[in-house]
Design a protein around this ligand. Structure first.
Ligand code: ZN
Length: 165
């Protein structure tokens, strides 16, 4: 398990590097991401949230062990429809905001062996993946809010402690 990085930690604002080495080390990091996600009752986690500069995300809206989705270098190829869900983020504690995103996405990326991966996602999985892929670009859910809600959230965020780095 790894320590979570909390806003305004700068690591959360930095675009992550692509995964280039698909070896045992990457599987270990993915395992740590998954365990950290479960330890905090999350349904998704991105590597920058634990201070890792890597394009790696894990997701599991079902929260059932063994059903984790792990994607390296994920890219949203196409989006369809709109869906607004109340989201939270482990890196932005005590904040729940309705965020508008695509209802369905087509995703490409790689698995932990480096094999190309393509998938369609909809519903909560599509939302989680969009949220996590935002993290890889240094974007947080608060950036998806209209300015007046961001301003209100900013007042709260200033009091957040650094969890790491
Ligand atoms: Zn998040």
């Amino acid at each position: 398990m790894r320590e979570l990085c909390i806003e305004p930690n700068p690591v959360l604002r930095k675009p992550a590097r692509p995964v280039s080495a698909f070896a045992a080390e990457l599987r270990r990091l993915a395992h740590e991401l998954i365990e950290t996600m479960y330890a905090h009752d999350g349904i998704g986690l991105a590597a920058p949230q634990v201070g890792l500069d890597l394009q790696l995300v894990v997701a599991n809206p079902s929260q059932q062990r063994g059903r984790e989705l792990v994607v390296a270098n994920p890219v949203i190829e196409t989006c369809q429809g709109r869906a607004a869900v109340t989201e939270g983020c482990l890196s932005v504690p005590n904040l729940w905001e309705r965020v508008s995103r695509a209802r369905r996405i087509h995703l490409s990326g790689q698995d932990l062996s480096g094999r190309p991966l393509r998938m369609d996602a909809e519903g909560l999985l599509a939302i989680v993946l969009q949220h996590e892929i935002d993290h890889l670009q240094g974007r947080l859910l608060i950036d998806r809010l209209p300015w007046w809600r961001r301003w209100r959230v900013g007042l709260k965020a200033r009091n957040s402690p650094h969890a790491c780095a």
